[in-house]
Design a protein around this ligand. Sequence first.
Ligand SMILES: O=c1ccn([C@@H]2O[C@H](COP(=O)(O)OP(=O)(O)O[C@H]3O[C@H](CO)[C@@H](O)[C@H](O)[C@H]3O)[C@@H](O)[C@H]2O)c(=O)[nH]1
Length: 469
Amino acid sequence: MAETQLSKLHIAMFPWFAAGHMTPFLHISNELAARGHKITFLMPSKALPLLQNLNLHPNLISFHFLTVPHVSGLPPATETASDIPISLTPLLASAFDMTRPQVAEILCSACPDVVFYDFAYWVPEIAAPLRIKSVSFTVVSAASIAVIAYPGRRVTVDDPITEEELRKPPPGYPSSTVVLRGCREVRSLLFLSMPFGEGGITFHERLMTSYRNSNAIAIRTCEEIEGNFCSYLAKQFQKKLLLTGPLMAAPNKTTTTPTTSCLDEKWEKWLDQFEPKTVIFCAFGSQLTLEKDQLQELVLGIEQTRLPFLVALKPPTGSNSIEEALPEGFEERVRERGAVYGGWVQQPLILNHPSVGCFVSHCGFGSMWESLMSEPQIVLIPSLGDQILNARLLAQELQVGVEVKREEDGKFTSQSVREAIESVMLVEAAGVGEMVKKNHQKWNHVLTNPGFMDAYIHHFVNDLQNGWT
Ligand SMILES: O=c1ccn([C@@H]2O[C@H](COP(=O)(O)OP(=O)(O)O[C@H]3O[C@H](CO)[C@@H](O)[C@H](O)[C@H]3O)[C@@H](O)[C@H]2O)c(=O)[nH]1
């Protein structure tokens, strides 16, 4: 599709220091650079190994390293969310805020046309006097912002958001299925009232200020799947919404952007030994650490399906390695057909390996798109607030996957894991499995249709070039 012939843009990117944020910021950078726009990408140097292979246009995308100040309570040399347990992220947010003078200096000297940011709610204060437009780029679903979209409500430590408020979505919220249920799920959003960063600003206030003070809100989503939530947000914030589309390309299928690399030989060979669409792949993103008993229930449930599997998860709380936390005798029992790995694997490439037939996912937003845009059947075990809403979007609204049942106490059991996987993988359990497969294929076809992503990026760039009010 021909781009409007306007001058090329220079865009600065400043994502929160977490893989789930930096990665989609780099994906949009790649799409923009593929169309000739120049990118200045601000990040901590420790993120380089994660990002450098994903940079498909090093001639146009330049990385600028920020020094992450030490904050008392953080382990030495902490730079990204992957370096710490989730409980320490408010301290990392303080370190993130303390990079403000460095960010100001780079914006002042690089003088981009636009700056994209997410958690750095203070960016518009730096950018506006420099006549740089600010775009608040949301890398979580529109639904998960819509459910807390109270632009006028100042949530402070002294006036926290209550369970009562969270139990019902805001007036006019456009869905009755993409909602939180029960106390445990509602409580998963109480972190919104926690101080998150310098000056004791709460997480909710940080987000609302980000949206309020931006020139536009960009979201990594598409009308076809989240149109109702996007219209709702545009109305709530009285802002222009720019949609990037899903961004994550299934290898070799969707966009003009070339793909990154090949699957590691070790996993390629390991997966090659199994029949097509039989292997269960399980990964829970970059942040989530399970409790040891939940890790054990998970792997036992997977074992009970008798299918081959590859589980790639962080070691659980209190364990130095994932191996030491496995149930007794587990490794011997599954040696021939199961691999459990405590490190990082190339998830998008694994999902596209012909042997993989089922993806057991925490439904982080990145994984949500990757699951929709690949073929394996989808089984969901969400934990955090936005993951729960993403899972409802897939399991209830689109009906493309199944969610693992949890007990009253919020825990899942090996039995519930096994049942959910079998409901989509066993031929004899045809009902649900066939239904979600058909729906998934329909959406997969829409999202991976050649031109779908290109059309989104085309409109997105046009909006950036001439859509400002
Ligand atoms: O071994 C692994 C594990 C993950 N990934 C990739 O890492 C990304 C993970 O992103 P996501 O699925 O969004 O999960 P999180 O890292 O958990 O993401 C955080 O950020 C998301 C927003 O992007 C939120 O939706 C989540 O709740 C939050 O935990 C995905 O692209 C995965 O393909 C790998 O390549 N290899």
